[in-house]
Design a binder for this molecule. Structure first.
Ligand SMILES: [Zn+2]
Length: 398
């Protein structure tokens, strides 16, 4: 399928160092982006679907780099089905598993955690709830896992490993496990801050610096923050990615954003929701964290959209998160919310409002055009002006 999105007011690239692309058009072919900026009229006419964005802003589909998926579109923690499809209506087009720790009765022996990670990875390899891409299968680091185990997992498609919920005596016991997982090519992640569930302990700056995982999960606290002084240490003394999460401490999210800016570490500043958890299901979590960061710091709104898209993609090695030729055709149309005080999506976000969503495309397929079922209505109107596809792209009726 070829899709043309025309009449865009602004295009956010996903790259915080060069956050805008000039032009008003995006063309997709199959599951990839084919053109960004302008396109000859003949190519637009040849598209199977043409979406008139009505002057809205296009951004890369948001990547939530901290989602507690299990199996299917179901969260046992909040006993709810359909949450991933609902997150898509919050502009999230990719969810990255924060490990499958919420699977009821989850195994804790090496053989069991390996099987769990592999099964989760396989179950989401082609299954896209509502169009959502899910990167699943994050092996939970447990004592007894060996270098050979990580090599075997990597060979069979598992890409992630998570420290923080294993039956270790102290968090320093993760040091060799993280090293072995890294050596096998896995992206290693680590719980940060106070314990989140009974049985897990606090992990702070000293532990992170000893382990040096790729990503400090919810560095702002999940939900309880580590000491303030540790933020600067982790930023200055390591290359660890700094993931801030919605379901955490907002004050330290802002502290971390400002320090990342000051110490030229904003490439490593990334976002997730850390949901569903005890904090609930938050389809608009990414939009809230973007609005909180933009409205409560001196930094512009587009910077945090990029932290929630392209920067996540870079840290996790994904071919999405950017509005650029060859990248995955995951695009979100955003706008100033209807009835607000601001004229554009970016001005609304800077004002502290969440952006309204007017359409989502994933893998080159329009999942809805017109109105998100979760955000406020858009000020402008996006509509399908031409379609050769036998499919209903009409606005959601609820
Ligand atoms: Zn979490």
């Amino acid at each position: 399928m070829k899709v043309a999105i025309i009449n865009l007011g602004q295009i956010v690239s996903g790259d915080w160092r060069a956050p805008f692309v000039a032009g008003d058009t995006i063309l997709t072919e199959g599951s990839r982006i084919d053109r960004v900026g302008t396109a000859p009229p003949a190519e637009i006419e040849a598209a199977d679907v043409v979406v008139d964005a009505g002057g809205m802003t296009a951004i890369p589909g948001l990547i939530d780099s901290h989602v507690h998926i299990t199996f299917g579109d179901y969260t046992p923690r909040q006993r709810t089905v359909g949450f991933l499809e609902s997150y898509l209506h919050g502009g999230i087009t990719t969810s990255i598993s924060a490990s499958e720790v919420h699977v009821p009765g989850r195994p804790s022996d090496p053989r069991g955690v390996k099987a769990l990670a592999l099964a989760a990875q396989r179950c989401f390899a082609t299954y896209r709830p509502g169009g959502m891409r899910v990167i699943a299968g994050s092996v939970i680091l447990e004592p007894g896992l060996t270098a050979a185990d990580f090599k075997e997992l990597a060979l069979h498609g598992v890409t992630l490993a998570k420290a923080g919920f294993g039956a270790v005596k102290t968090a320093y016991d993760y040091v060799p496990l993280v090293a072995d997982a890294k050596a096998a090519g896995l992206i290693t992640t680590c719980h940060t801050g106070g314990s989140s569930i009974p049985g897990s302990g606090a992990i702070t700056g000293d532990h992170l610096l000893a382990m040096h995982p790729h990503v400090s999960f919810h560095i702002n606290g999940g939900p309880t923050a580590m000491p303030d002084a540790d933020f600067e240490r982790v930023i200055r003394e390591s290359q660890i990615a700094l993931q801030v999460c919605t379901a955490g401490n907002l004050r330290t999210t802002l502290l971390c954003a400002r320090l990342a800016d000051r110490f030229d570490a904003f490439d490593r500043f990334i976002m997730g929701t850390d949901t569903p958890t005890g904090s609930g299901i938050m389809p608009l979590g990414m939009l809230y964290t973007i609005a909180h960061c933009a409205s409560l710091t001196d930094m512009p709104a587009e910077r945090f959209i990029c932290a929630a898209s392209g920067s996540n993609a870079r840290v996790y090695g994904l071919n999405c998160g950017f509005v650029a030729v060859g990248k995955a055709a995951d695009i979100v149309l955003i706008d100033a919310p209807d009835g607000g005080t601001q004229a554009t999506a970016l001005a609304a976000i800077k004002n502290g409002d969440i952006a309204a969503i007017g359409g989502v495309l994933t893998a080159g397929v329009p999942r809805f055009v017109g109105r998100s079922r979760n955000t406020p209505a858009t000020t402008r109107k996006a509509r399908v002006v031409h379609s050769r596809i036998m499919q209903d792209f009409s606005p959601a009726s609820h």
